[in-house]
Write a protein that binds this ligand. Structure first.
Ligand code: AMP
Length: 556
């Protein structure tokens, strides 16, 4: 090799911290607490507090590579952990507050967390698995509700107050202290566990390098395009896939961050979006469904004129929702796909100029797809034998991805079969890819409905059902069938006061799909069961209704 002559300057979260303090000390971090009061601190204060946290953790014995867990809502202290813990060379491990206590204990023990930062309002949850923790030596309580902390637990604010921070001259170089030694860029910075429905949750350790590159990719104009002009509201929890990287994208660019705390109902979020002049908000479709309904009910109540885009991901955003936001409220949705294993941004549904030139229908189709891979993420899809399939918009296969922020393994041997011998990660998502490179998820591999020899996309049927005026939400899943193996069943949540007959629904779907795709059964339900990260829990529906199509006595 004829080596380049350029520096191997490490890509670390430390640079994000130093850059923020040196160049955008005045940029704001706004958090709303359980009492709904909004508090604001600057990037300069955030740096100083992250440094105090790092010093305090060091004093408690936290060393390079040690794992520090968080059990928290989205707020400034969580951001201080996101920045300060990796910058001192330790690893922040975000625990998902929606998991079962036994799972949380398993995850904290598996990661060998040495300390846990917990919101006081979440202490009742911690109490449910505290006794099972094997490695945690310190519990540090964020007094989000202002209440007291009982020994031996430690008070986050008191720990920070006990530290002194060294004066930091203008510029990038920190004085001697917890941030003066740069971590290796390949060292772990953050650990997230997958919310898999089968087997144990599996740990993914994001490196400094993957996190920084991911933040840079999200900042590109032909991507999310985060800039210093933005005001970002991550509704997506910080305990889910690094809040999709938004805290780091904001830190890189000096964007204002707005953290919603525990109030995630539509009205509270809309209030915050209007009062803080939010430009980018990000969350799962369920959140946006609620917001759309609220906006439809009171279209003039909130001034959302600052909004640039709403990033919707984590589950499929129905085309009808994307169109409704735009047509009825002038709000632009950007559909995104990603996974815990991809740091998480993988694809973004941006409309390329050539697609725009084809007109509105083509543009909406593109925006409702999962989109194009972001720079440095590569995509392919394969059949059951691992053969790479054509980009013809029709052939379905499993999506595989690779790139600098895609996992190359889990933190254990479990799931090793998801990493191919030629360096790709098997996503478990069934997709088509069109000639322009747009990816369309037709199913999770375990949810695809195999009727006779044919595959039926539950996602396509759900999207079409959710475009029906009487339907709020729909989940389509496989029912066992004597003759065909599996047939689709649709579980429908109707809008208040509305309903539709089976014939009407079949006629509605019949406009778009061949007859054999139409569900054999429609059941009305109160709400779609969901997992800890807001995805439809179809296993639950299958447990309840999966045998409904079987003829009597044929088992199941
Ligand atoms: P998680 O690791 O919990 O973030 O889950 C990742 C999975 O969520 C993906 O493999 C997809 O099945 C699903 N997912 C994420 N984003 C989307 C999207 N935009 N459309 C459809 N499914 C999605």
């Amino acid at each position: 090799m004829f080596a380049g002559t350029m520096m191997g300057f490490p890509l670390t979260i430390n640079h994000l911290l130093e850059r923020g303090r040196a160049l955008f000390p005045e940029a704001e971090v706004v958090s709303r607490g359980p009492d709904k009061r909004v508090r604001c601190q600057s990037y300069e204060e955030t740096y100083a507090r992250a440094e105090r946290l790092a010093r305090a953790l060091g004093r408690l014995g936290v060393k390079t590579g040690d794992r520090v867990a968080t059990l928290s809502w989205n707020h400034a202290q969580h951001l201080e952990c996101y920045l300060g813990v990796p910058a001192m060379g330790a690893v922040v491990h975000t625990l998902n507050i929606r998991l079962h206590p036994s799972e949380l204990a398993y995850i904290a023990n598996h990661a060998r967390d040495v300390a846990i930062v917990v919101d006081r309002t979440l202490l009742p949850l911690l109490e449910k698995f505290r006794g099972a923790l094997e490695t945690v030596k310190h519990v540090i309580v964020v007094r989000d509700d202002g209440g007291p902390v009982a020994a031996p637990d430690l008070d986050y604010e008191a720990l920070l107050a006990a530290e002194t921070v060294a004066p930091h001259a203008p510029g990038f170089t920190p004085p001697a202290g917890p941030f003066s030694e740069l971590p290796d860029e390949n060292a772990a910075a953050m650990i997230c566990y997958t919310s898999g429905t089968t087997g144990h949750p599996k740990g993914v350790a994001y490196s400094h390098r993957s996190t920084v590159l991911h933040a840079m990719a999200g900042s590109m104009r032909d991507s999310i395009g985060v800039s210093g002009d933005d005001v970002i509201l991550p509704v997506v929890p910080m305990f889910h896939a690094a809040a999709w990287g938004f805290p780091y994208m904001a830190a890189l660019n000096g964007a204002k961050l707005v953290f919603p705390g525990p109030h995630l109902d539509a009205e509270s979020l809309l209030d915050l979006m209007a009062s803080e002049r939010v430009t980018i908000a990000a969350g799962v479709p369920t959140i946006w469904n609620g917001i759309l309904a609220r906006l439809d009910a009171e279209p003039k109540r909130w001034d959302l004129s600052a909004m640039r885009t709403m990033i919707i991901g984590g589950a499929a955003a129905p085309k009808s929702m994307i169109a409704a936001f735009e047509e009825r409220h002038g709000l632009v949705v950007t559909h995104a796909w990603g996974m815990t294993e991809t740091n998480p941004l993988g694809t973004l549904a941006l409309v390329r100029p050539k697609i725009r030139a084809r007109g509105g229908v083509a543009a909406l189709e593109a925006r409702a797809s999962q989109g194009l891979p972001v720079p440095f993420v590569e995509t392919r899809h394969v059949d059951d034998a691992g053969r790479v399939l054509p980009w013809d918009a029709a052939t379905m296969g499993e999506l595989e991805v690779r790139g600098p922020w895609v996992a190359k393994s889990y933190m254990s041997d479990e799931g090793a079969d998801r990493f191919t011998s030629d360096g790709w990660f098997k996503t478990g998502d069934i997709v088509t890819i069109d000639a322009d490179g747009y990816v369309r998820i037709t199913d999770r591999s375990k949810d695809v409905i195999k009727s006779g020899g044919e595959w039926i996309s539950s996602v396509a049927l759900e999207n079409a059902l959710m475009a029906h005026p009487a339907i709020l939400e729909a989940a389509v899943f496989a029912g066992r069938h004597d003759k065909w193996g599996e047939r689709p069943i649709a579980a429908i949540v109707y809008k208040p006061g509305k309903t539709a007959t089976n014939d009407e629904l079949a006629a509605h779907l019949g406009e778009q799909f061949p007859k054999y795709w139409l569900p054999d059964l429609y059941v009305a339900i109160e709400q779609v069961p969901r997992n800890s990260t807001g995805k439809f829990l179809k296993t639950k529906l299958r447990d309840t209704y999966g045998d409904a199509l079987l003829t009597k006595g044929s088992g199941g």
